[in-house]
Design a binder for this molecule. Structure first.
Ligand SMILES: [Zn+2]
Length: 441
């Protein structure tokens, strides 16, 4: 007997609490870093829940975990939904887990109601989205779309000194019941629910964000190189002080970049000083700059501005400067058809929503390279994320899951198969040496 599928909010809230207990921290957050013992425990719990419901469970060589509920026509590529289960070392209980467990709730709701979808509905928990233990982040989704280099990543060392290849093998081995499948398969579309990780939705009092695009990110490393000298005996005209140059450049950039453009983001997050002694003028000051913008052209103009300001400051302070690009992720646009499907789902459910640009990058950005993709954002309190205090209201959790269910039904329903008659298969192109270096840095 079939009935209209319903999200079981109590069950979803309990699942979120259950998973938050795996790697729980004293302050109410989660430390469940990628491929750790805690990550393995979370994967095991999810797989056990899936087996109990009779779903198919499989994983690939980078430990992406898939759970599939079969549709009527197995020849059609499935609708994919999901997110990630790994966390930052002092992460919150919703970043990633919300989207992953909402996706599982959708599968359960379909199963409870006995609904037969045309396409299979499949959920995924991507491996190492956060990149906090092993760099880079989004390894699972990168590998899935063929821009990752699993062989090259194996020798990557984690922040705890472990080797990725060893931790990956142990993670795969910890779930022997899950069938292995090749990395990357055709999917008809992908939808990821995620907390906004910013204040826009909460401030607007709107429960759902339709994510239309993800801003681009570039990471630069700037080194000012001067000359170590005695702090007490070296007069101003003899100083080649890289700290003076660095603070002047940073202050100038803070004055000009963000105030001129509300979409621009510029962050100096890490700084190191050599030799780092109280009474020595430093020989070298190195710092990182993270810049973000939805426009590739404007990202480039910010980068040019950084270059110019750093060179001007270096000249003024008689030091050298070296600027290296460490990471470059182009802005991404999500598929307008999928955004429209989510929009219609909200309309049918009478859920207020707004279009929004994602400030953070997500697995969905990579998946959008091979399949029509979009994201559903749910507000989090005060926009706080990557923080143990991360919080989402029960009401918003339920709304996000309902919109995901309605969206997945549309995308998987027979009448909707005409959306994406021929899903593109991921192309596994060999990675250039430069791309590998970039991915590893
Ligand atoms: Zn996340």
């Amino acid at each position: 007997m079939t009935s209209s599928p319903q999200i079981n909010a109590q069950r979803l809230l309990q699942r979120i609490a259950d998973f938050a207990s795996i790697g729980a921290t004293q302050a109410g957050g989660v430390n469940r870093q990628a491929l750790s013992v805690e990550d393995r425990a979370a994967r095991r719990l999810l797989a056990e829940l899936a087996f109990a419901r009779g779903f198919n469970v499989y994983q690939d060589a980078i430990a992406n975990l898939f759970i599939s509920r079969a549709g009527r026509d197995p020849s059609l590529p499935p609708v994919l939904i999901g997110s990630h289960l790994d966390s930052q070392p002092t992460g919150g209980r919703f970043d990633g887990a919300l989207g992953t467990l909402s996706a599982f709730e959708v599968l359960e709701a379909l199963q409870d109601a006995g609904v037969v979808t045309e396409r299979s509905v499949e959920m995924v928990s991507w491996t190492n989205e956060e990149g906090s233990r092993f760099s880079p982040g989004c390894m699972g989704s990168m590998a899935f779309v063929g821009v990752g280099d699993i062989a090259g990543w194996r020798d990557t060392r984690g922040t705890d000194g472990t080797r990725l290849g060893d931790e990956l093998a142990a993670t795969l081995k910890a779930l022997p019941e899950a069938k292995m499948q090749p990395v990357g398969h055709a999917v008809s579309s992908f939808v990821e629910v995620h907390i906004e990780q910013g204040p826009v939705l909460e401030r607007a009092g709107i429960p759902i964000g339709l994510v239309t695009s993800v801003q681009g990110t570039r990471w630069l490393e700037v080194s000012f190189i001067g000359e170590a000298a005695h702090a007490g005996t070296t007069p101003l005209e003899f100083r080649k002080d890289p700290m003076a140059a660095a603070v002047a450049a940073i202050a100038q950039l803070q004055l000009v970049v963000m105030p001129a453009d509300p979409m621009a983001r510029l962050t100096v997050g890490r700084m190191s000083v050599e030799p780092s002694s109280v009474n020595v003028i430093p020989s070298k000051v190195t710092f990182t700059i993270d810049i973000r913008h939805p426009s590739k052209e404007l990202l480039s103009s910010i980068e040019a501005r950084i270059d110019a300001e750093c060179r001007t400051s270096a000249k003024r302070h008689m030091v050298d400067v070296l600027i290296e690009k460490r990471f470059d992720l182009a802005p991404g646009k999500f598929d307008t058809t999928v955004v429209d499907v989510i929009d219609s789902a909200c309309e049918r459910l009478c859920v207020p929503n707004m279009k929004i640009v994602s400030g953070a990058f997500h697995d969905a950005l990579f998946v959008s390279r091979v399949a029509p993709t979009a994201m559903i954002f749910v507000p989090c309190r005060d926009g706080i994320s990557h923080n143990e205090a991360e919080f989402v209201t029960s009401e918003n959790i339920e709304t996000g899951a309902k919109v995901l269910l309605e969206t997945a039904l549309s995308l998987a329903r027979g009448a909707m198969t005409s959306y994406f008659p021929s899903a593109r298969r991921p192309r596994h192109l060999p990675m250039s040496k430069r791309a590998v270096r970039k991915a590893r840095s």
